[in-house]
Write a protein that binds this ligand. Structure first.
Ligand SMILES: C[S@@+](CC[C@H](N)C(=O)[O-])C[C@H]1O[C@@H](n2cnc3c(N)ncnc32)[C@H](O)[C@@H]1O
Length: 372
């Protein structure tokens, strides 16, 4: 079957690599996601293993639609008894771009009506709507009048790993953090340091990567578990095998630090919730005091404040200048900075050897690579 995994813009090549590693076929990176082909096992594997994906969609209808009525008619052509019963609860999520239909909420409503009317004709009953935790979640994407209606096999967004209940200021989305680590070439075998770790997302994602722990291992529910064709035996065997493969020790140290005491406390709590609290070290320290640890060089990666959400400009210019000094101490290391402010990045005074465009939500950002 054809499938589509969504991700933050800029991470498509990383997601494509992840899919290749899982054995997916016909991999085609697009905008904000990657199309691929695979069977039911691959659908489950991708939900369990993909670190950079936000959700995995299974398209069931494609149609050209110029109006709400055309959309309604197209949705009615689907044999819904293949996918749901009146006992299922339902929700439709919709996004529209450059199309005659401009209101995503209205398009979602029309789709839901079409499905419910179809069910009433077939069974005399219709599924209830549950926008928060539907058993069957549908995603409607309309771009230049081309509508794709998909079953959402993930349900809740895959970046919600479950280890970060507590939010500090400006945390990094977990899937984006994993993507940054992979773009930085981190594979778990070298030491890793994040000297501005905030809630600890980069060190925690690094630990999961290094231990080969799938991000979906302890997740309570995936969308596909409510599908009519859910193969509980296949899923449980797959998850149990993945669990047995999780490493117990880190091949190389992972450390985070932050100048804020509360951030360090949050990071520790999150790491414990992620099952890696005993493996990752968190320290309260100003980045200006950072020196390379003894031992072989590794990867230094961080996401300093960049003004969109925290910090003031002058303070930040001074901070980025100081960061430049610190990074120069890390000769032989692979050094990466993720920032949404190019002017501030210039204050570092080092020429980046790599510059990768990415989005953090709606904010244009860059992952800058240095070889000090
Ligand atoms: C954008 S946040 C990092 C978010 C983090 N990646 C996460 O996932 O939660 C920037 C962090 O830099 C820290 N910070 C700011 N100035 C610092 C300094 N001089 N030394 C160390 N940490 C600093 C802040 O306390 C904040 O936690």
């Amino acid at each position: 079957m054809r499938l589509f995994a969504t991700c933050a813009r800029g991470l498509e090549p990383v997601l494509a690599d992840e899919l290749r590693a899982l054995g997916a076929d016909q991999i085609e990176p697009g905008r904000g996601g990657v199309a691929f082909a695979g069977d039911q096992a691959l659908l489950y594997q991708s939900n369990l293993w993909l670190r950079t994906a936000i959700r995995v969609l299974r398209p069931i209808l494609q149609a050209t639609v110029h109006s709400a009525d055309e959309l309604y008619d197209a949705v009615q052509t689907v044999d819904w008894s293949r996918y749901l019963t009146p006992e299922h609860t339902l929700a439709v999520d919709c996004n529209v771009r450059d199309s005659a239909l401009t209101h995503s909420h209205y398009a979602a409503l029309k789709t839901k009506d079409a499905i419910c009317d179809w069910c009433v004709r077939r069974w005399g009953r219709r599924p209830n709507v549950d926008v928060r935790t539907p058993l069957i979640a549908l995603n409607l994407h309309i771009e230049r009048n081309h509508a794709v209606l998909s079953l959402d096999s993930s349900g809740e967004s895959l970046h919600k790993r479950g280890y970060r209940p507590i939010l500090t200021k400006a945390p990094l989305n977990e899937a984006l953090a994993a993507g940054l680590l992979m773009l930085a070439g981190y594979d778990g075998r070298k030491p890793l340091i994040d000297p501005m770790c905030g809630s600890g997302t980069l060190p925690i994602e690094a630990a999961w990567l290094a231990l080969r722990r799938p991000p979906g291992l302890t997740r309570k529910r995936f969308g596909f578990q409510a599908w009519l064709d859910f193969d509980v035996g296949l899923w449980t065997a797959m998850r149990d095998e993945a669990r047995r493969g999780v490493g117990r020790r880190l091949p190389a140290p992972i450390a985070g630090s932050d100048r804020r005491r509360d951030a360090v406390a949050f990071a520790r709590a999150n790491a414990r919730a992620a099952g890696v609290g005993h493996l990752v070290t968190f320290t309260q320290r100003d980045v200006r005091l950072l020196v390379p640890p003894a031992g072989p060089p590794g990867v230094l990666i961080c996401n300093p404040p960049y003004g969109e959400r925290i910090g003031t400009d002058e303070e930040l210019r001074v901070l980025y200048g100081a960061l430049g000094e610190v990074l120069r101490r890390f000769a032989g290391w692979s050094v990466w900075l993720f920032t949404g402010n190019a002017a501030l990045a210039a204050e570092i005074g080092l020429e980046p050897v790599r510059s990768i465009a990415l989005f953090n939500g709606a904010i244009r950002c860059r992952l800058l690579g240095f070889e000090p």
